[in-house]
Design a protein around this ligand. Structure first.
Ligand code: 8YV
Length: 315
């Protein structure tokens, strides 16, 4: 029996690519010089799309594949998949939740600590000889005992809040609904009130058209000149122009960011700032987690083609 034809939107590590190649006829979209020509050529044979969270599957890509049955996303965020088009055609969609939740939460808390305590500058202070030449590193800001706001108490937001408890932070959250598992954390009804509460403002909600720029200028300025925004969700959840303006003017104290509009090409204004921590969208980027994500991508595809229930369906 011939292998199902799968459109591979982005690169995967060798430990994922090999089993995929063994089981499926993988068509490497990301390697094609003429992507629209490539899609026109292979699209009619494609039964599945294997993509990544930040790459998704556009309406045009889906429509170029008339036999498409399933879209398997390597990542928890499926905001780059045109769910409306997929839903209209009864195309299944899967993602890789849970396996990456703790890594993403770990990096969010690590970013807060690293930026608040000036750890990247301190590393340079040691390495460039400043410690010996100039003495003590400049004082930074403590984390423990301050106030945290978590915007979006889903899987990742919940794990972030759990970790923050260990630092004795006064935790509040905002979410579309109050969560009974919120363990005594204060519920605040919207992002602005949460920002007013927070010294550390975590953006952890799933991105969608409805959440675009939910962290707007008003919210950013409510976090304030002593506050920090930490984004481990999607850049689209924050008005990046307003964020840059507030960081440049001092209306926002600092920002720790793992995601950016236009990534991996950032707005160069970020590079002129000394009150930001910039990370390359690697919150789930550990060997252990990425191997689990790749396995889940494959297991969903295998389940689909075997007629078994999908492991982690979105649609
Ligand atoms: C993925 C992400 O690792 O999970 C997501 O949605 O954005 C990341 O954690 C990334 O998309 C993999 O390429």
């Amino acid at each position: 029996m011939s292998k199902p034809d799968v459109l591979q939107v982005g690169a995967y590590p060798a430990w994922d690519q090999e089993p995929l190649d063994e089981t499926f006829a993988m068509h490497r979209y990301f390697e094609a010089a003429d992507k629209s020509g490539f899609l026109a050529g292979v699209g009619p044979t494609i039964r599945a799309i294997a993509t990544r969270g930040e790459l998704g599957a556009s309406r045009a890509m889906i429509e170029a594949c008339p036999k498409l049955e399933i879209i398997s996303v390597y990542g928890v965020g499926f905001d780059a998949v045109d769910l409306k088009t997929a839903g209209e055609r009864g195309i299944r969609v899967t993602n890789t939740p849970d396996v990456l939740t703790n890594d993403v939460a770990d990096l969010g808390v690590a970013m807060m600590l690293c930026l608040s305590r000036g750890m990247t500058g301190a590393e340079r202070w040691v390495r460039d000889g400043s410690w010996a030449a100039k003495g003590l590193y400049p004082l930074q800001h403590r984390v423990w005992g301050k106030r945290a706001g978590v915007l979006g108490l889903g899987r990742i937001g919940f794990e972030v809040a759990k970790r923050l408890q260990g630092f004795g932070l006064d935790i509040a959250y905002s979410n579309v609904t109050q969560k009974d598992y919120a363990k005594g954390w204060r519920f605040l009804p919207n992002a602005v009130e949460l920002a007013r509460h927070a010294d550390f403002f975590f953006v952890t909600l799933a991105a969608s058209a409805e959440t675009r720029h939910i962290v707007n200028r008003e919210v950013i300025e409510a976090v304030g000149p002593e506050g920090m925004v930490i984004n481990i969700s999607r850049a689209s959840n924050i008005d990046e122009e307003a964020l840059l303006a507030a960081l440049e003017s001092g209306k926002l104290g600092s920002a720790a960011l793992d995601v950016f509009e236009g990534e991996p090409k950032l707005n160069p204004r970020f590079f002129a700032l000394n009150n930001v921590l910039l990370q390359p969208h690697h919150a789930s980027g550990t060997f252990e987690t990425r191997k689990a994500m790749g396995q889940l991508v494959r297991d969903n595809l295998l389940a689909h083609f075997a007629g078994r229930p999908l492991l982690t369906p979105v649609l």
